[in-house]
Design a protein. Structure first.
Length: 144
C-alpha cells in the first residue's frame, strides 16, 4: 500500500456505518458507549474535527479531534487491522497535532486503556508519555 492511495477527509454522514464497523473491528466500542450517539455528538463540535482515511472509497481509519480552549483531545483513532503498522495512524496524528497547533492549543491529552500495550508503544514512538494525573469520569447521560 502506498501513501498516495490513502486520502484523509472530513467525515460524512454516509460514512457512519463503515466507521462504526471499523471501531468494532478495532475493539474501541464499549457497551456503555453508543457509537452512533458519539458520532452525532461529535458533529455538534464547532472546535474540533472528525476525519476518515479512505482507500478506494473504503473507510480504513478514523480520528476525532477536540479542543476546549485549554487542551486538545484525541478520540477514536482507529485503523483497520489489515492496514495497521503502515503509517496511517501516525499520519492522522500528525494532521491532528497540526490542526490543534493552528487553533492555538498548547497541549493534547487523551485516554488509552492501561492494558493496551501496542497502542501505548505507538504513542510512545510519537513522543507521548503518561501524565501524572488521575483520569476521573462520571456518566451524565446513559447511552443504553
Amino acid at each position: 500500500m502506498t501513501e498516495d492511495q490513502i486520502f484523509i477527509r472530513d467525515f460524512r454522514p454516509e460514512d457512519a456505518d463503515a466507521v462504526v464497523t471499523l471501531w468494532h473491528e478495532c475493539g474501541l466500542v464499549r457497551p456503555w458507549n453508543d457509537p452512533q450517539k458519539d458520532i452525532a455528538r461529535k458533529l455538534t463540535d464547532r472546535n474540533g474535527a472528525f476525519w476518515v482515511a479512505t482507500r478506494a472509497d473504503d473507510v480504513i481509519a478514523t480520528v476525532m479531534v477536540g479542543y476546549d480552549g485549554h487542551r486538545g483531545s484525541i478520540n477514536y483513532l482507529a485503523v483497520a487491522p489489515l492496514c495497521q503498522r503502515t503509517g496511517i495512524a501516525a499520519r492522522l496524528m500528525q494532521q491532528a497535532e497540526a490542526f490543534l497547533i493552528e487553533l492555538g492549543c498548547p497541549k493534547v491529552s487523551f485516554c488509552v486503556r492501561k492494558d493496551n500495550d501496542d497502542v501505548l508503544a505507538f504513542y510512545d514512538g510519537l513522543g507521548y508519555a503518561a501524565d501524572d494525573v488521575h483520569f476521573l469520569g462520571k456518566r451524565l447521560i446513559a447511552d443504553e
